[in-house]
Write a protein that binds this ligand. Structure first.
Ligand code: PRP
Ligand code: URA
Length: 210
């Protein structure tokens, strides 16, 4: 069941990721870029949504055309940084429901600490798109996926902007059924668990807290 992660090599994505990495990019632009990249990741991650044929009257003739077949979706950002991806995703998926999982990494152990979880009550019937710009050790993503599965969801995709090989391997190993979409795969983690070269602390850069 386990598949290789989808790494978006589109020029627009690469360009935007480069701007995001730049330490001189300020909070406003950083937040906008996270939203735009999320939209492009969303485009790729929803490629397999089912459609059905409908007839539409154009001003000229009747056309056989396709619309989404009504699959229910849920977006679940991992707080805080995942919040930065929600609006971009909702601009393409306005009917999706949004759940939230709050997690932060213990700075010494790098283990995730969960402090909040509120998901749509019918999450078990929804296809879940889990959002976090950074996949570093993979601890936060793995715990978030476990929480979502505990509530009955069976179809989960994880969307990140930058991933480290260590995080990808961990999610792959613990949750081989979860498809992963990333905009860039970086070299490694440093001794503090930051992605190298990465972009620094995504939450701080989105919310201007440093
Ligand atoms: C960041 C990021 C991920 C996590 C990734 O969050 O947004 O959730 O680290 O690291 P991991 O793969 O090693 O678990 P952080 O803990 O900084 O919390 P914040 O978004 O609230 O600042
Ligand atoms: N979380 C971040 O925000 N950045 C990293 O490089 C690693 C974890």
């Amino acid at each position: 069941m386990s598949k290789a992660p989808m790494i978006l090599d589109h020029p627009l994505v690469q360009h935007k990721v480069s701007l995001l990495r730049d330490k001189s990019t300020g909070t406003k632009e950083f937040k906008e870029l996270v939203g735009e990249i999320a939209m492009l990741l969303c485009y790729e991650a929803t490629r397999d949504l089912p459609t059905k044929e409908v007839e539409i009257e154009t001003p000229i003739a009747v056309a056989k055309s396709h619309v989404l077949a009504g699959r229910k979706l849920a977006l679940v950002p991992i707080l805080r940084a995942g919040l930065g991806m929600v609006d971009g995703m909702l601009s393409l998926l306005p009917a999706a429901k949004v759940g939230h999982i709050g997690m932060y990494r213990n700075e010494e152990t790098l283990e995730p600490v969960e402090y909040y979880c509120k998901l749509p009550s019918d999450i078990a019937e929804r296809d879940v798109l889990l959002l976090d710009p950074m996949l570093a050790t993979g601890g936060s993503a793995c715990d978030a996926i476990t929480q979502i599965k505990k509530r009955g969801a069976r179809s989960i995709k994880f969307l990140a902007i930058i991933a480290a090989p260590e995080g990808l391997a961990k999610v792959h190993e613990q949750h081989p059924d979860v498809d992963i979409y990333v905009a860039a795969l970086d070299e490694k983690l440093n001794e503090n668990g930051y992605i190298v070269p990465g972009l620094g602390d995504a939450g701080d850069r989105i919310f201007g807290t440093k």
